[in-house]
Design a protein around this ligand. Sequence first.
Ligand code: ADP
Ligand code: MG
Length: 256
Amino acid sequence: MVPTSNPTATGTPVAIRAENLTKEFRLAHHAYASLKGLLLSFLPKRVERLTALQSISFTIRPGETVGLIGRNGSGKSTLLGIIARVYRPTSGRLEIHGRVAPLLELGAGFHPDLTGLENIYFNGVILGLTRRQVAERVAAIVQFAELEGYIDAPIRTYSSGMLMRLGFAVAAHVDADILLVDEVLAVGDARFQQKCYDKIQQFQREGRTILFVSHDMDAIQRVAQRVLWLDKGVLRADGDAPSVVQAYLNSVQESL
Ligand SMILES: Nc1ncnc2c1ncn2[C@@H]1O[C@H](COP(=O)(O)OP(=O)(O)O)[C@@H](O)[C@H]1O
Ligand SMILES: [Mg+2]
């Protein structure tokens, strides 16, 4: 066989590269609760803009595990949502090499009126598995999510913890190259969290790329070599886990 040239030989391989990524949400106000509100609604609408991400740039290499930290509302979920293609960036460039595991939440892949089982099939097929492949994995997914007794109920009846467990279980079983994890380690008991860590470590051994959000700084340092710190939509730091976590904790301390 003729050896093929390595397409990445000309540069460092890239899993995710963001260049000046910006995301604005537009919030249109409809205040019809009062007569005044109704009258005002005939005026041109004031559209409030909220910059959730402001010109973010970083590069993640294949096989890296990167932690994403920051206070509530700092843009972490928005960034994962853009990478998962739930949201489109307002401006900037995003380059992704490899298949991204979904970020399954209500409104983003999960359908409230379908059962847990139907959602597994629906999303598995959307993500490129055959029905047969999904069928082979269903038992493992349900077992991982610990939803054996609930899998035939519509997921609108699930608690947020149950939804997160199902979302992680599906994402972990679709052979993605890039796994996005949004605070799933905060749900469930210690045993479920341990299962998630085991899965994440398995992904690391397999050389997959992981970007995960957590408020648990010990967990972040245990799993990630590198950490991105988002602060009000701005990338405040990007570096080795211990120093970025320390800088973040210092800033939280100062603000108290
Ligand atoms: N779908 C949306 N529509 C409007 N604003 C949003 C939406 N999603 C997030 N935001 C706003 O964007 C900012 C960042 O939110 P988010 O990314 O969820 O932060 P984090 O995950 O770090 O807590 C917040 O001010 C939030 O209210
Ligand atoms: Mg969030």
